[in-house]
Design a protein around this ligand. Structure first.
Ligand code: PLP
Length: 346
């Protein structure tokens, strides 16, 4: 008898079931136990694969999407990649409206995956006709037989994480998780994951990570969108200049804000200390963990799960470029880097 061939039917079957990895060095001196949910292990290298496949397959089940249909979305890059990947396998056209703040790497990758990409100005209000929200809405109206994923307001975004990320973390921690720390952009990851986890144990503390320049933390505290909170910042995918309907603010216990600079340095630190090449928002989430540890949020029995949303390769021309770091004022100009030192010694 021949041995069975052990192969996946296509790349989409690899979505989800990402590993939980203990953090050992970047948490040195911290009180508690810390674990990263490494979402870069998804085939599209981010947590967004989960929502893309869930929303697309729900639309297929309802008969809204049929072969040859067009999928439209606003995306800082990761959701776009996931939709483009799924569109290739399932035979859809993919149109993406992205913010000009997105890294060139991300935009090039989307085009490489066959998506049609519209780059829209980042620093305009959400209701400006040039914003990526308005451009996507217009394209949806103009393109016959298209669907608009609308991740910021789609409840299926929350449901995707409720059905996958939440149960995975509960299972991987053997139900011993005490804290969840996760970035909040659309809010789908934190809301869906937390909703599942709190149903299992309402005492689990849920902490959202927000950016300076974003309105989320203040909205959580006051119920009001304060325009004064909003100003340009560098981290992509974290925080928002509007209040996303895909965020369940009631399930989040508190928000913590992190700076562009500290988040960038902390992402680099995670890469160099843990050997995990993580993206900018993973640095933001880890930075939040540092701030929480400093204020003595955790004790020896704490089992803290932090979600690392994507992979560092998408930020080569940003946080992993010394030049970019210098240009932002995040690093001293002419700082001698380790690489330069090695070249000098040679
Ligand atoms: C890199 C990155 N990290 C974190 C997030 C936040 O995840 P969510 O939208 O589920 O809140 C996003 C969302 O766009 C992202 O692209």
């Amino acid at each position: 008898m021949k041995n069975k061939i052990k192969a996946y039917n296509n790349i989409l079957e690899l979505i989800g079931n990402t590993p939980l990895v203990k953090l050992n060095r970047v948490t040195k001196g911290f009180t508690g136990n810390f674990y990263a949910k490494v979402e870069a292990f998804n085939p599209g290298h981010s947590a967004k694969d989960r929502i893309a496949i869930h929303i697309i397959e729900e639309a297929e089940r309802k008969g809204i999407l049929t072969e040859g249909s067009t999928i439209i979305e606003t995306t800082s890059g990761n959701t776009g990649f996931s939709i483009a990947m799924a569109s290739i396998i399932k035979g859809y056209d993919c149109i993406l409206a992205v913010s000009s703040k997105s890294s060139k790497d991300k935009i090039d990758i989307l085009r490489s995956m066959g998506a049609k990409v519209y780059v829209c100005p980042a620093h305009v209000s959400a209701d400006d006709p040039r914003s990526y929200y308005e451009v996507a809405k217009r394209l949806h109206k103009e393109t016959k037989g298209s669907i608009y994923i609308n991740q910021y307001f789609n409840q299926l975004n929350i449901e995707a994480h409720y059905k996958s990320t939440g149960p995975e973390i509960w299972d991987q921690t053997g139900g011993q998780i005490t804290h969840l720390v996760a970035c909040s952009g659309t809010g789908g990851t934190i809301s869906g994951t937390a909703r599942f986890l709190k149903e299992q144990n309402p005492n689990i503390k849920v902490i959202g990570v927000d950016a300076f320049g974003s309105a989320l933390k203040k909205y959580h505290e006051t119920g009001k969108l304060d325009e004064k909170e909003i100003y340009p910042y560098r981290i992509e995918g974290l925080g928002k200049n509007l209040i996303p309907g895909a965020t369940d603010f009631n399930i989040i216990d508190e928000y913590i804000k992190v700076t562009d600079s500290e988040s960038a340095h902390t992402a680099r630190e995670v890469s160099r200390t843990e050997g995990m090449f993580v993206g900018y928002t993973s640095g933001a989430a880890m930075q939040a963990l540092k701030q929480l540890n400093e204020r003595k949020e955790f004790d020896v029995n704490s089992n803290v799960v932090v979600i690392f949303p994507d992979h560092g390769s998408r930020y080569m021309s940003k946080i992993y470029s010394d030049q970019w770091m210098e240009d932002q004022g995040f690093m001293e100009t002419n700082a001698v880097t380790e690489t330069q030192e090695i070249q000098y010694v040679k």
